[in-house]
Design a protein around this ligand. Structure first.
Ligand SMILES: Cc1cc2nc3c(=O)[nH]c(=O)nc-3n(C[C@H](O)[C@H](O)[C@H](O)COP(=O)(O)O)c2cc1C
Length: 965
């Protein structure tokens, strides 16, 4: 997917273009453009002129101008000088003769004669010298003027001839050094050049005709090119026509992008050679090395790429298109390099002729003009594309977070390209990668999150993508991709893809990839361009986001570090302001909310001002002076002064100002801490007043309290005495009551004893009656028992009879059995008869025993009966005595009860008295206690007052201090 497999070179991708400059230019084009020409050794470029002219390189000598000038000087100056010399000589002689004649005449003195002679000589010499010089100069000027005038046409002709010859020589392939003839006599040169011209003029005429033909061709092609409907047609015509004229194997137009890369957008190629149209060329060096040269009109010709000392990769690039020789000319528009017109010779190296180079270069110029006219339409399209690009870029860059940028990117680009999938593939440090953002047509497999590991990617492609390579694959199945790469792309349904690098900072961080899934797709140049530019923008946006994120993180860290302090300052209850100590008049640069609240001035109102705006009419000048001194001496100060709020209300400001130093120990700021202590001051004065009042009151009441305390103590003493007396009375009354109670208790005991006696008697009486009745019942029962015994005896007798009869029966049975024999039944009957007999015997025995017993019982009963009768009579007598005793006891109890009541009353009365005494004494005691307490409290109050007084005095002092602080 990312171009990671081995043979992933797309059908359109060309990796590098390298063009080197190797040797000095060998020719100068007719036009301004410069031609770099790479020729091979021994390369025969141009047929030399058939009639060679002798070389002028050896011709040396004085130039015609120098010769003529020297001659003119000689002719004009020398005769004058000779004439002057002769005149001088003649005059010298004549002056000497005149001197001799004077001597001989004997008139003047010898000295006069000598002096006269000298004077004459001087005059004469000067006259001759001046005259000679003036004449010589005049003659020289005339001679030079005449020489120059006569030389000018000759020199002009020589120059023209020389230039013409020079051109001809260049056409003939002679080097610059061959043309060197400075210093030669122009006449000789003229002659030589004329000879040359004479020789070359026929060739020149021929060439002129060829040139004419080419010009005609150029005109024709230009016309056809200009008639083209659109840019494509224009370029198609241009490359086709040029190829026909040059008879080269390929001509192409390489469209240059602003970033120095480019695409071959038009091509005409001889069938059989590879096609280059659509190829993109990425050459990092191209921009730096060559753009400027081509912009200056450079034309380059390589006759044989293998002998031109080109870079290896450039040769490889050219080899892809089977190039052996090439010719490159810039296509310019208003000095702007639009592209390059390139001709290739593929079949063999080719020596490009100057005329061909010139023609080629002119044609490139014409294409530039044509493009210039065409371009408005293209420019419009480009402008629209640019606008589109800007819109998308804007949307991408609106997001400030990396994740948002990527999401927006894939969505926007997919929309813009109408692609089936756009994704961002992000590299890991080991060059594997993950799809981190994806926009995909619904129904297609999703690639988001897919992790792709390609071991070859690092070695093969990283560098290329780093250098800005963009790959457009129209059809992955014909793009010569490796099987595993095709398999990978196939997994995501890809048929065509477009891959551009995302570079963040200088790091290749990922790839922007567009997929076409349902069919192959020919990626248009404009699409590739847009895609590439957007990939670049994504890199910028990510870069920006990274910076922002870093800044944000740093800000957060900073904020985190500062927050507690800032919060503390902002939340401080005291005002805080910071003044800049480096600026005149220490303006405030910061104040906290408490400062704003305290002063009523907002942050913006305070910033930039000196804090003295808080002062007013009653601000203490001493305090201000104190601050001024402290600030001047850059030291801390602490004081209280009156300030005014914005609304004019005064407040007491407890101010501390401290200097802040930087690392160099220079004071850069002052911090001011303000506390509004107005209310504290008010409280202090209130406390002071209260303390004074307390002091006064306490002093006033102190003696009264002391008296009260004393009186209370006396009162307490007296009450205590009363209490003791009452206590004594109470205890004597209590004694009476106690004794009365004792008496009462004794009477009660007696009463209880009597009553107990009475109860015992009554019980005895009751018991006797009961006994008597019991006795009677026993007598009756004994009688009944006697009756029953008799009946039992009777029954026993009848029973005895019955037993006897059974016994007789049993004996009869035994007799009968004896008779019957000794069988088994008889034996059993015998046993039964035996048992019956035994029983009857036992019954008889028991019955006689019972009879005996009954007789005994009867006797006993009779005895009891007699005793009981006797007892009953005695009992009756005793019961009567008990009844009488009881009557007497009841009377005693009644008397006892009355006495007890009396005693009780006495005891109660005594108790009541005692109680009264107790309550009285309680009261007295309470009074005493209260008196004690009163006394104690009075003392405490007195002490408290003393303490209060002391406190009040202390408070007064503190408040006074507070007030003055
Ligand atoms: C940081 C700072 C805070 C200050 N705060 C106050 C203030 O709260 N109230 C006040 O009256 N002066 C304050 N001052 C003092 C005045 O700004 C000024 O320095 C003072 O009036 C002495 O200067 P002057 O004589 O030029 O007025 C402060 C000064 C500084 C540097």
């Amino acid at each position: 997917m990312t171009g990671s497999s081995s043979s992933q070179q797309t059908d359109k991708t060309i990796e590098t273009t390298e063009i080197h400059s190797h040797s000095p230019a060998t020719a100068e084009p007719e036009s301004n453009e410069q031609v770099d020409r790479k020729e091979t050794a021994g390369d025969e470029r141009q047929p030399k002129a058939e009639n060679q002219v002798p070389s002028r390189s050896k011709r040396r000598g004085l130039s015609l101008r120098i010769k003529a000038t020297t001659t003119a000087i000689a002719i004009s100056v020398l005769p004058v000088l000779a004439l002057g010399g002769m005149t001088y000589y003649v005059s010298e002689r004549s002056s000497e003769q005149q001197a001799n004649q004077a001597k001989q005449s004997g008139n003047p003195s010898a000295a006069d004669i000598i002096y006269l002679t000298f004077l004459l000589k001087r005059q004469l010499q000067m006259g001759i010298a001046i005259g000679t010089g003036a004449v010589a100069l005049l003659a020289l000027a005339i001679a030079l003027w005449l020489t120059n005038r006569s030389l000018r046409p000759v020199l002009g002709a020589a120059k023209t001839a020389a230039e013409t010859a020079k051109l001809l020589r260049r056409e003939g392939g002679e080097t610059e050094s061959d043309l060197e003839f400075s210093g030669a006599d122009e006449l000789i040169a003229l002659k030589t050049d004329l000879n040359l011209l004479a020789v070359q003029i026929p060739d020149l005429l021929k060439q002129q005709n060829a040139e004419g033909d080419r010009t005609q061709l150029l005109t024709d092609i230009t016309l056809r090119v200009r008639e083209a409907q659109d840019l494509d047609e224009l370029l198609t015509i241009a490359v086709r026509e040029v190829r026909q004229v040059l008879k080269s194997d390929r001509v192409l137009f390489f469209r240059l992008e602003p970033d120095g890369n480019g695409t071959i957008i038009a091509e005409s190629v001889t069938p059989g050679f590879p096609k280059a149209r659509g190829a993109k060329i990425f050459d990092p060096c191209f921009k730096e090395r060559h753009i400027e040269m081509y912009r200056n009109g450079r034309v380059r010709a390589f006759d044989n790429i293998y002998k031109a000392n080109l870079g290896e990769c450039y040769i490889q690039l050219l080899e892809q298109f089977s190039v052996k020789a090439n010719l490159i000319a810039p296509v310019l528009k208003d000095g702007q390099l639009l592209g390059l017109l390139i001709a290739h010779q593929c079949s063999a190296p080719r020596a490009w002729q100057q005329s061909e180079i010139t023609f080629f270069s002119r044609l490139a110029t014409q294409i530039g003009f044509a493009l210039d006219r065409r371009l408005p339409a293209e420019q419009k399209a480009e402008a629209e594309a640019e606008e589109h690009f800007m819109e998308i870029t804007l949307r991408i860059r609106q997001s400030l977070k990396s994740a948002d940028i990527l999401t927006t990117t894939v969505q926007e680009i997919r929309k813009a390209l109408q692609a089936d999938r756009v994704l961002v593939y992000r590299f890991e440090p080991d060059w594997s990668g993950t799809v981190v953002a994806e926009s995909v047509l619904s129904g297609l497999p999703k690639a988001l999150g897919a992790n792709i590991i390609d071991p070859c990617f690092k070695d093969r492609h990283v560098e290329q993508y780093r250098n800005g390579r963009v790959r457009a694959t129209d059809n992955i199945y014909t793009a010569n991709l490796s099987d595993c790469h095709i398999e990978l792309l196939g997994r995501f349904g890809v048929r065509a893809n477009l891959v551009a690098p995302i570079v963040q900072g200088k790091e290749l961080i990922g790839l922007l990839i567009a997929h076409q899934c349902f069919a192959p797709r020919t990626w248009e140049r404009s699409e590739i361009q847009l895609f590439t530019k957007l990939a670049t923008q994504v890199g910028f946006a990510l870069d920006q986001a990274a910076v922002l994120e870093e800044i944000e993180q740093a800000r957060q860290e900073l904020e985190g570090a500062l927050r507690p302090r800032d919060r503390a300052i902002a939340a401080a209850s005291f005002g805080l302001c910071i003044a800049d100590a480096t600026q005149p008049d220490y303006p405030i640069v910061y104040c906290n909310p408490a400062f704003e609240k305290m002063t009523g001035y907002s942050h913006s109102e305070a910033i930039g001002r000196n804090c003295r705006f808080l002062q007013g009419a009653d601000t203490e000048p001493d305090a201000v002076a104190q601050i001024r001194r402290a600030l001047h001496e850059q030291r801390e100060c602490h004081l209280v002064l009156k300030n005014y709020r914005k609304d004019g209300s005064p407040f007491w400001n407890e101010l501390t100002i401290a200097p802040v130093q930087n690392e160099q120990g220079e004071v850069t700021h002052f911090i001011g801490l303000q506390t509004d202590i107005t209310s504290r001051r008010q409280i202090a004065s209130q406390v002071q007043a209260a303390a004074q009042a307390v002091t006064q009151t306490t002093q006033d009441n102190e003696s009264a309290i002391n008296t009260l305390s004393l009186e209370a103590a006396l009162q307490a003493e007296k009450i205590a005495e009363a209490f003791n007396a009452i206590q004594a009375m109470a205890s004597s009354v209590r004694e009476v009551a106690f004794k009365a109670r004792q008496a009462k208790r004794k009477m009660e005991d007696a009463d209880r004893a009597v009553r107990a006696e009475d109860r015992a008697m009554r019980q005895t009486e009751v018991g006797m009656t009961g006994i008597r009745e019991t006795l009677l019942k026993m007598v009756r029962k004994t009688e009944y028992l006697d009756e029953v015994s008799r009946k039992i005896t009777q029954t026993m007798l009848s029973l005895n009879d019955f037993v006897s009869q059974i016994n007789v029966l049993a004996i009869n049975v035994a007799v009968e059995v004896g008779r019957a024999g000794d069988d088994r039944e008889s034996r059993e009957l015998m046993a039964v008869a035996e048992a019956v007999r035994s029983l009857t015997e036992q019954s008889a025995t028991a019955t006689s025993e019972i009879e005996d017993l009954m007789t005994e019982i009867k006797t006993a009963i009779n005895e009891i009966f007699a005793v009981m009768k006797q007892e009953a009579k005695q009992l009756n007598d005793e019961t009567k005595w008990v009844a009488q005793s009881r009557q007497k006891l009841t009377q005693l109890v009644a008397i006892n009860a009355q006495t007890s009541d009396l005693v009780e009353e006495i005891a109660q009365a005594a108790a009541a008295h005692a109680e009264n005494f107790t309550s009285v004494s309680q009261l007295v005691r309470e009074s005493a206690t209260m008196a004690d307490r009163t006394s104690e409290q009075s003392a405490t109050v007195a002490n408290s007052f003393a303490y209060l007084l002391a406190v009040a005095r202390e408070m007064g002092t503190t408040a006074a201090q507070l007030d003055t602080e």
